[in-house]
Design a protein around this ligand. Structure first.
Ligand SMILES: Nc1ncnc2c1ncn2[C@@H]1O[C@H](COP(=O)(O)OP(=O)(O)OP(=O)(O)O)[C@@H](O)[C@H]1O
Ligand SMILES: [Mg+2]
Length: 269
């Protein structure tokens, strides 16, 4: 018989129990320890591709210091607060939440770690997400407070890691993989973004090197999910606030995002 007081065991269990985000079946985070590799672009286009497959989707922009969702989805409205819960802003038939909806675009966020953690808890526990199949979480760069909060305190079903093929990016990405492995978060796989460029001559140019992300996936025994080329339309339509998958669902690039969405759907639904 255990000599420990059962209430101590309960308290301990509670400490290690992860809180699910209510209102969704699955929560998938898009991460990379490296900045500027295309996480937000991937998160938004993947969410739109999942929606086009008939699924109900939300996007949680977890980048408290540098939110991208207001710009990428051209959202200017503020979420309503109803009975202590924030109501997600609906755009392109996707439920959206971002710190950028609550602050002025020009105002820098000067917050300490515990405040970021508290904002993440609000976004995961006090938002009225409704009947979703997937919430796609767009993570900030790095391996800081946000990643730790998600890995330790929130029930996430998997992480997709985005990288570009340069050694400098991969060096950070390897740190990110090790962190999530240590914290026992399921890594669904790695995506090679800005992998190659197709020139006007129709030839493939590997601008940032070839095969580095795939090799990293093999090295860490993770799935390699595929490549996305450099294509100026991706940035153009993102900047205009209607990502390419929403604007042109049949574009060759949108089909690539749809392939990723199909892989996710078949794995979870
Ligand atoms: N495959 C691609 N082809 C061309 N441009 C791309 C591609 N993927 C992303 N971009 C562009 O790269 C820039 C950075 O993308 P994004 O903001 O999605 O990166 P991020 O990883 O979320 O950055 P941060 O770390 O700051 O959050 C954007 O201008 C985006 O349009
Ligand atoms: Mg981003």
């Amino acid at each position: 018989m255990s000599k420990e007081n059962p209430s101590i065991n309960d308290a301990r269990r509670k400490k290690f129990e992860k809180n699910p985000i209510n209102g969704t079946k699955f929560t998938i985070a898009i991460s990379s320890a490296k900045g500027g590799v295309g996480k937000s672009t991937f998160a938004t286009n993947l969410a739109l591709a999942l929606k086009n497959l008939g699924l109900k989707v939300g996007i949680l922009d977890a980048d408290i210091y540098g939110p991208s969702l207001p710009k990428l989805f051209s959202i200017k409205e503020k979420p309503e607060n109803r009975e202590g819960k924030l109501i997600p802003v609906s755009k392109y038939n996707i439920q959206c939440m971002s710190m950028g909806f609550l602050t002025d675009e020009q105002t820098p966020m000067i917050w300490r770690g515990p405040m970021v953690t508290s904002a993440i808890k609000t976004f995961t526990q006090k938002v009225d997400w409704k009947d979703l199949d997937f919430i796609i979480v767009d993570m900030p760069p790095g391996t800081g407070d946000t990643q730790l909060t998600f890995a330790q305190e929130i029930k996430i079903d998997g992480i997709i890691i985005i990288s570009t093929p340069q050694e400098l990016a991969l060096q950070d990405v390897k740190r990110g993989i090790s962190m999530f492995d240590k914290l026992k978060v399921n890594i669904i796989g790695l995506v090679d973004n800005m992998s190659y460029f197709i020139g006007d001559d129709g030839k493939r140019y590997s601008i940032f090197g070839d095969g580095g992300v795939k090799k990293t996936a093999e090295e860490f025994n993770k799935n390699f999910l595929g490549e996305i080329p450099i294509n100026s339309d991706i940035g153009k339509f993102g900047d205009q606030g209607t990502p390419i998958v929403e604007k042109f669902p049949d574009h060759e690039i949108s089909k690539i995002y749809t392939d990723f969405a199909n892989k996710l759907k078949s794995q979870f639904i």
